[in-house]
Ligand binder design. Structure first.
Ligand code: DGT
Ligand code: CA
Ligand code: CA
Length: 377
């Protein structure tokens, strides 16, 4: 995948890293709002004795008392012995449910999406922002607000020119923070970080670096890969030298099930009539359909994205009863949804700045005799 990407395309990227705050503990607060005002601690009980086990995570109220992930439950209880607090066991199915809802809201932005864990994902916002970091900030605010309004969950967002910078940035202003690091500021940003702020650097690598007299990120950036190769191995040496220069070429890894095809266009300033919008939608559908046809895929979920003059983001997804590979159906449904979105949200046509159409839940149909056969089955 990466070999097809040119330098200039890499340089123009805008990547979001989204990390849900104190995730398991916040999920507990969502169903028991009283927990918000007291230290609450989510624990993995070992089953061997009453308080045997470790802290999985805790809310920020509990963090004030020094409670941390991986701490023995007994120690956490002793830190909170003088305050009213709550200790709860983990409930993974419920956390996954909340995670799925939040991830769906993020995916509705219709860009390349990669979920890395139950509470973390990356999204490539290059297209939707036209590589503009000011727009990216507005999208980050909107995304954070959408998740908060819809499921009462806060998250922290890092925006950067690549995954590495975005990931570090999301941890800077926790909880409920947004940190934007522009391409031109990325080198300075990473130089101000500690070596073990770089994801993947643990105590083992830190120690090895220290034995080479390397104490800071800028120390690494002054070294060549070959100088570090013997101590660390070629792979880690390359990663670290690149990272210390704020370089990271890794791509968003779209998972099989969340693959999608989409296109967003910016409307001309004077494109305000319904006719013009219809024409734009038709062209978008044709382009998305050609892409589907080339990949020999059918879709089931259709998402329409409207981006307004103030960059407010309105999206709506519809799931079809059957997989479809028909341009007509794509076109018909897109128009229906857009009409509904405009009237339900009383959006004035003048306000629409960009329109996007995304199809997802894709299925291979290359084995079918023809698209038509497939549809009639
Ligand atoms: P944050 O992101 O600093 O606001 O707090 P969390 O709790 O979201 O921390 P994060 O993102 O490192 O981890 C996500 C979830 O993974 C967390 O809610 C619980 C679980 N987790 C993290 N660290 C540990 C651990 O050391 N042990 C266990 N059992 N679970 C953990
Ligand atoms: Ca988290
Ligand atoms: Ca996380």
């Amino acid at each position: 995948m990466s070999e097809n990407i040119s330098f200039s395309e890499i340089e123009k990227r805008i990547i979001f890293h989204i990390d849900f705050d104190y995730f398991y503990a916040q999920c507990e607060e969502i169903r028991k709002p009283k927990l918000r005002n007291i230290p609450s601690v989510v624990c993995v009980y070992s089953g061997r004795g009453e308080d045997s086990g470790v802290v999985s995570t805790c809310n920020y109220e509990a963090r004030k008392y020094g409670v941390k992930a991986a701490m023995p439950i007994k120690l956490a209880k002793s830190k909170l012995k003088d305050v009213h607090s709550m200790f709860l066991p983990t409930d993974m199915p419920y956390y996954h449910e909340i995670s799925t809802k939040a991830m769906r809201i993020i995916q509705n932005y219709g860009e390349l999406f990669e979920q890395v864990s139950v509470d973390e994902c990356y999204m490539d916002f290059t297209k939707i922002t036209n590589s503009d970091f000011d727009d990216a900030k507005i999208f980050a605010v909107s995304l954070q607000k959408n998740i908060k309004d819809q499921i009462k969950l806060t998250c922290s967002i890092g925006v950067g020119p690549n995954k590495l910078i975005a990931k570090i940035a999301s941890g800077i202003n926790k909880p409920n923070g947004i940190t934007v690091v522009r391409l031109e500021d990325a080198k300075q940003f990473i130089s101000n970080c500690k070596i073990d702020d770089i994801p993947g650097v643990g105590p083992k690598t830190s120690k090895k670096l220290e034995s080479l007299g390397i104490k800071s990120v800028s120390d690494i950036s002054k070294k060549g890969i070959f100088e570090l190769r013997d101590a660390l191995g070629y792979k880690i040496a390359t990663f670290l030298v690149n990272a210390s220069n704020a370089i990271d070429y890794s791509q968003i890894k779209v998972r099989g099930t969340s693959k999608q095809i989409g296109k967003i266009v910016t409307l001309k300033k004077d494109t305000t009539t319904l006719e013009q919008i219809k024409l734009t939608v038709e062209n978008l559908c044709i382009s998305v359909f050609e892409n589907l046809e080339n990949k020999r895929q059918a879709f089931r979920v259709l998402t329409i994205i409207l981006i307004l003059e103030n960059l407010q983001h309105v999206s709506f997804s519809k799931s079809l009863k059957l997989y479809s590979a028909s341009l007509d159906e794509l076109h018909k449904n897109s128009l229906l949804i857009i009409n509904e979105m405009i009237s339900n949200n009383s959006i004035s046509l003048d306000n629409i700045r960009r329109i996007g159409i995304v199809v997802s839940d894709l299925k291979d149909i290359s084995g079918q005799d023809s698209l038509l056969n497939y549809l009639e089955n």
